[in-house]
Design a protein around this ligand. Structure first.
Ligand code: NAP
Length: 312
């Protein structure tokens, strides 16, 4: 028989872990599932300096502290790559790659993943010079020249981090203005190791039989093509939601982001969503944590009403 819980939380990022803390502290039985290590995107972040209480904290350290909080009231944590969630009304069925569980309520906190650029050479040189994680791979490029593609918070924050390791970071952006927060822009423009190539698209990543050697670039204002010699390419051109297992529930918008109300409830009773996977404007650890708390309280209210219904 499938093991049963009050709540199954899918995804152990800051949102999911906070939901686990709130729900288990409210005496609900909680299973927190993740297909990797807890922490989510925090594990790919060197310094988090906009989470209150910490002037600056290493992402993996904050992840560990949050995990300790999340599990202190009995929430169970388990590995599981969720393949489907079925809504049978008062009971939801969660199938992972190896097990089946049941729960009265589900909280989805699966987050997002970095989008691919979609140019020739990107897949060929994956792990051989092309990366989506500066914290994971930056050290391979000590004293070398890398490019960062994109102009958002991720590109500029991770690019700035890379300057601590490499000789030079060239940011290639398709417009002449960055999208990143002003404080990140100010820091990047003041950094002598950072250079900017504006109004330009990378059209191909080139290399030899071992690794990346350069990028082909097209200036979209002048039409001019050029090639920049580089050792590494870090791609930060946006994010996609991780919602494939939930397509059958009809809770996403046309781009796959999950739609919720202010209580983090989706239109399916008993299914909630939190963190980066939601359709929203601001994706931060601080907002994820707030949503986790809201959903933890939301499932408590939902399950209390469900239990009352069963009794009467
Ligand atoms: P993002 O904000 O969507 O930025 C993506 C960047 O890539 C944009 O500059 C965009 O250009 C560019 N881009 C998109 N498609 C492209 C393509 N095909 N070719 C070339 N460039 C392309 O994504 P993100 O920076 O990964 O951030 C994701 C979310 O996490 C955001 O909500 C962000 O605020 C948040 N975040 C916050 C922090 C922080 O607070 N410290 C750190 C990291 C991320 P355009 O500007 O022209 O559209």
């Amino acid at each position: 028989m499938a093991k049963s819980y009050d709540v199954i939380i899918i995804g152990a990022g800051p949102a999911g872990m906070t939901a686990a803390l709130y729900a288990s502290r409210a005496n609900l039985s909680v299973l927190l599932l993740d297909r990797g290590i807890y922490g989510g995107q925090m594990n790919n972040t060197a310094a988090i300096e906009n989470y209150p209480g910490f002037k600056s904290v290493l992402g993996p350290d904050l992840a560990k502290d949050m995990y300790d909080s999340a599990t202190q009231f009995g929430a169970e944590y388990a590995y599981g790559s969720v393949e489907s969630v079925t809504d049978n009304g008062d009971v939801k069925v969660v199938k992972t790659d190896s097990e089946t569980f049941e729960a009265k309520a589900i909280i989805i906190g699966t987050g997002s993943e970095y989008r691919k650029l979609g140019v020739p050479g990107e897949d060929t040189y994956g792990g051989r010079g092309v990366s989506y994680c500066a914290v994971c791979d930056g050290a391979f490029f000590k004293n070398k020249h890398v490019v960062v593609i994109g102009g958002g918070d991720s590109a500029i924050e991770e690019g700035t981090y890379l300057t601590q390791l490499v000789d030079k970071v060239t940011v290639i952006h398709r417009r002449d203005q960055l999208r990143a927060q002003q404080i990140l822009q100010d820091r990047a423009f003041a950094n002598p190791k950072m250079e900017f190539v504006w109004n330009s698209n990378v059209t191909e990543i080139v290399g030899d039989d071992k690794k990346v050697t350069g990028v082909k670039v097209n200036n979209n204002k002048t039409g001019e093509d050029s090639e920049i010699a580089v050792d590494g390419v870090f791609i930060y051109v946006g994010i996609n939601p991780i919602t494939e297992p939930f397509g059958n529930l009809g809770i996403t918008d046309e781009n796959g982001w999950i739609l919720t109300d202010d209580h983090m409830a989706t239109k399916v009773p008993g299914i909630f969503a939190v963190g980066d996977v939601r359709k929203k404007d601001l994706r931060q650890v601080a907002t994820a944590v707030g949503e986790g708390g809201t959903a933890g309280q939301g499932v408590y209210n939902y399950i209390t009403a469900l239990n009352d219904k069963v009794k009467n």
